[in-house]
Design a protein. Sequence first.
Length: 496
Amino acid sequence: MGVCPRICTAFRRCYKMTNYRLTKRRERDYRTFSKQTPSHYTKTINCHLLVALAFAWVFSSNSAKGAVTLHPSDNIQSIVNANPINTTFIFSAGSYTNQSIVPKAGDVFDGQSVGILDGGNTASRAFGGTAANVTIQNLTIQHYNSALQYATVDCEFGNAWTVTNCIIQSNASVGVNFGTNSLIINNQINSNGEEGFAGGGSGWLMKNNQINNNNTSHQNWGFEAGGGKVTEATSGTFDGNTATNNDGPGIWLDVDADGIIIKSNICIGNYASGIMVEISRNNTISNNFCSDNGIGVTDWNACQILISSSESNTVYGNTVNVPVSTNRLYGIFIMDQGRTDGSGNPIHATGNEVYGNYAWFWDTKTGIDGCDTDESYPVYANNHFHNNIYHVSKVSVAYLSWENDYTLAQAQARGYEIDSTIDTSMAPRLDISQANNLISLYWPSWAINFKPWSTTNLSFTTTWLLVSNPIIVTSVQCSSTLGISNSARFFRLIGP
């Protein structure tokens, strides 16, 4: 029966006693029943308690069958094979070496933030397969030796995989490859050999991930490397990710990646474009912060946001920051090269709308925002920049590229950049607040090239001291918290 015979006997006895008590209760009025002795009352209550505890024991035993605890010496795949679908596997603390796992549908793998899957630089893949609704969470996954273009965590062929709160680092090629309905959320995807992520399919979400320092083997990113690339995808979303210091583009759409939303991401210090849309259509790039990207290339790929041979994309509400550089770096740029899409059909840079963006140009180089073409296609007439706000070092510099390099006034005289504005308001505002014994300083995220300094004396000559670590291109530092000293202090931001 699966339950101890003694418990079954207790069930029968309790049932008879309970039935007896209820029968007697019907024979007495409430007053008489309420006067029964405490010993009788206690027996009745204890009987009910025994029944309740027995049922609790049975049901808790059944629920425990859904969770399996793993240990570092286990062969995980054999344990997965021995269990049904929808099993939860809990990792004990430790390193699990050379494990490669093909889950079943609905399986959950929980590292509890103490489990480490380590490929030992030998195993080629940590997870993969075609099962649906798999969850991988709270694991460190590292040192897998996948070939180029292959991923350590491969979600592409299983519908609706979730990878969350994982550290995916120091693998030979791709960190994670996502597919249809994948959820890639709150992960650290860092220092992988070729790129942090790859993807395709539809309905996926990549949100709040740290994608840093990828392409450590310095592959030619012109093919595929860097933060990561998505191809042949539809209706996916990048939301709130941070992509910094990747050797290649930060976030890259290529070849029929259509209808994608790229919003609220931070892209800083990537060696190629911060955000790149190539041979793709109908994408929305909005409210992103892109600064100091393109530091590793010398042509128009050195963009904060690049639209390359793509049509009908919308770029709005973004903040771009172009620093002083020995090379010419670009802001938001559209390039046409007469490419073909995945079906072999010609595709041009046409019908793109770029509006309501905020740009800071610290350099005085020309032609760092606008359009260009390698052929005779009328890219200048078929793309539209308008209602943008430019903060520049010198208004007289021809920052805008429309067939030739123009100042804003010259561009607007030719029908470009309608209702856009330009000024030299480059100094960011430094705000200060006090709470208890702490002082907090705040300044805009676009002022990435500024550093906060302080002094206790404004008399000649004034010595300014750095009050925190300098802002570097691995993060957007836009605040500092300091202890209050006994003497007055003055603060300022010192720029490039």
